[in-house]
Design a protein around this ligand. Structure first.
Ligand SMILES: Cc1cc2nc3c(=O)[nH]c(=O)nc-3n(C[C@H](O)[C@H](O)[C@H](O)COP(=O)(O)OP(=O)(O)OC[C@H]3O[C@@H](n4cnc5c(N)ncnc54)[C@H](O)[C@@H]3O)c2cc1C
Length: 571
């Protein structure tokens, strides 16, 4: 059934910031190795790194420090981040931003004195976000892609990874099974080292920001391969997703944080400002707090015509808004809204997964030969990711993974692939073709959206979560019985949609189980039946495997304990 078998020393899944940095670093460390980047879309044109608007957090300014960036990350993450991972993030971000500028060709915005301009982002005590206007991700990914194209690095585009294949003895990874989306044929790529960099992406929620190619495939494959995922209950919602009705894919996309930062107001259905009632920082509070306040207003049914709320900027002066937020004004106008002078409907939108595969600072995982980096990994951000720390995470850890894999493959034992596992994986993927057509998948997707939005969303409780767990299990069973009635495999988007839903439901079940297990409220996870954060000193993170059993593991405070700081001169 496998139509093509290939081999590569290093195989990288995904071409976002993590995947591309890994490829470049592995190639630099060992140019003779064969390196392959396999990606569901087109290299350089897919994933969320390209969508980064705001920018990249890094302590560059004299008055800033990596200690300050670290403390902001730990406190923002409500003391749940792995401190060694967070420390490595803030220290290596400095190297990566220099590499991006000086070796890879990125141009970031500069001050008149020639220093790199750094802007303010919520939840940080210093203006440290490096950017290129509000199109930072396009600059980064374009330059990275050009560098990859210029080197002897293989590309498998429109190749969807569907299963991690272990060696026969089960002790290491031996390669990855793919569907070549253009033909529908199965391709097996044998590899000594595999990097999981498929970028998570909470697209199981009714409103979401990530690109359409992201459906948690990597996390679902990791679960099936027996790996543990941590912090899965921590799903970040961005407060201002555009809400323009179901007919447009613009619904759910982000209106940037700078609107609130500049002094924008959030209004309820009665056009009243409500944030000061919830938080002294009002609209400038962190994403988790603003999203929760918005959702609370929505629960009172005091909503805009599409069931959300409004953002209002007009009091800042329409000319200023049009000048400072040109891109946002145009985006809103495309959907019939006047951002500069009127009201725009908004809704909190699922943006980022703090949870992911448990890993060590060198990107190794519980499965020898399998490495992880970027949004597929868990532990760097704890309960809440600071805006600007996402692209820093993917580039920092992508580079680490590339360096480490280049060394690893020199001594990696050649694992003989478990061909029975390949056959078993294919047999599951073929099942929908063996059954008669059973209708559109749209109802499944809408059902998933509703379960996750209402019961596993911004405000949770035990009754809703337990009900969601039951409904998701039933949804999985129904999906397993679904038939396509269409035997054409080439670019069969319905088949791929079925696979997307399979991954999303599997990962949604993990999110739900972890949310049931965490009986407190931290950062992105809020339980109305357990509204307190609980003692920080005994902070623990959730760890879940494919059987959906959750264990609580203590956070090791390796650098700083709650109540302490690494900053000097702080009272
Ligand atoms: C609209 C938006 C704005 C953002 N703005 C910011 C910001 O200003 N600052 C910030 O720090 N962060 C921001 N983020 C978050 C940031 O984009 C992510 O944290 C980061 O880019 C993730 O990088 P990654 O390499 O892990 O994943 P991605 O860049 O998403 O790349 C994932 C790759 O995996 C591929 N893939 C997926 N599934 C498969 C499969 N089965 N087989 C093969 N390939 C697969 C995808 O096609 C893609 O190439 C933003 C996110 C969004 C959605």
């Amino acid at each position: 059934m496998v139509s093509q078998t290939l081999a590569s020393d290093i195989l990288i899944l995904g071409s976002g910031g993590a995947g591309l940095f890994a490829a470049l670093h592995a190639h630099k460390a060992a140019p003779d190795l064969s390196i392959t980047v396999a990606v569901k879309g087109l290299l350089g044109k897919c994933g969320c790194t390209r969508m980064v608007q705001g920018g990249y957090n890094v302590a560059l300014a004299k008055e800033d420090s990596i200690e300050r960036h670290f403390m902001d990350t730990i406190e923002g993450g409500k003391w749940l981040p792995d401190q060694d991972l967070a420390w490595q993030l803030v220290t290596l971000a400095v190297e990566r931003i220099r590499e991006l500028e000086n070796e890879l060709g990125c141009f970031f915005d500069r001050n008149p004195d020639g220093t790199v301009h750094q802007k303010a982002f919520a939840g940080q005590t210093f203006d440290r976000t490096v950017h290129k206007g509000d199109l930072t991700g396009i600059e980064i990914v374009n330059r990275l892609a050009e560098q990859v194209w210029a080197r002897n690095i293989n590309r498998l585009e429109e190749h969807r990874a569907v299963e991690l294949i272990k060696a026969k003895d089960g002790k290491s990874v031996s390669g990855v099974l793919f569907v070549d989306m253009r033909t529908g044929g199965y391709v097996f790529v044998r590899a000594k080292a595999v990097l999981l960099a498929t970028g998570g992406g909470p697209t199981m929620y009714k409103y979401h920001t990530p690109s359409g190619d992201k459906s948690c495939d990597g996390l679902a494959m990791a679960l099936r391969a027996g790996l543990a995922l941590r912090d899965m209950e921590m799903v970040q919602f961005h407060p201002t997703g555009l809400l323009a009705g179901t007919h447009t894919r613009m619904t759910g996309t982000v209106l940037e944080e700078g609107l609130r930062g500049a002094g924008g107001y959030l209004l309820n259905g009665a056009k009243e400002r409500f944030m000061p009632r919830y938080d002294p920082k009002a609209e400038r509070a962190t994403r988790d707090d603003v999203s929760r306040a918005m959702f609370s207003e929505m629960l009172k049914n005091n909503t805009s015509p599409h069931g959300g709320l409004y953002i209002s900027m007009a009091h800042l002066g329409p000319d200023r808004v049009a000048r400072e937020f040109k891109g946002m004004v145009e985006r809103c106008a495309d959907c019939g809204f006047d951002l500069a002078g009127g009201l725009v409907e908004v809704v909190p939108t699922a943006h980022y997964m703090m949870g992911g595969v448990e890993f060590r600072p060198d990107c190794t995982t519980g499965l020898p030969g399998l490495f992880v980096a970027g949004e597929d990994s868990g532990g760097v951000h704890g309960a809440n990711r600071l805006g600007g720390n996402g692209v820093a995470n993917s580039t920092v850890y992508g580079a680490v993974a590339g360096d480490v894999m280049a060394r690893w493959v020199q001594s990696a034992p050649p694992g003989e692939p478990d061909t029975a596992a390949v056959v078993a994986a294919i047999s599951i993927l073929e099942k929908p073709f063996e059954r008669a057509a059973s209708g559109s998948l749209e109802a499944f997707r809408e059902n998933l959206y509703d379960i996750m939005w209402h019961k596993v969303g911004i405000i949770r409780d035990a009754a809703g979560l337990v009900q969601a767990a039951r409904e998701l299990a039933a949804l999985e069973t129904a999906l397993d019985a679904h038939g396509l009635g269409d035997h054409n495999r080439a670019f069969n988007l319905t088949w791929h949609d079925w696979m997307n839903l399979k991954s999303l439901v599997a990962v949604s079940r993990a999110i739900t189980a972890a949310a049931i297990a965490r009986e407190d409220s931290r950062g992105a996870h809020f339980r109305s039946d357990f509204p307190q954060a609980g003692p920080l000193e005994s902070s623990a993170f959730t760890s879940i495997r494919a059987d959906l059993q959750v264990s609580m593991k203590p956070v090791a405070f390796t650098r700083v304990r709650p109540g302490q700081t690494l900053l000097k001169n702080v009272a």
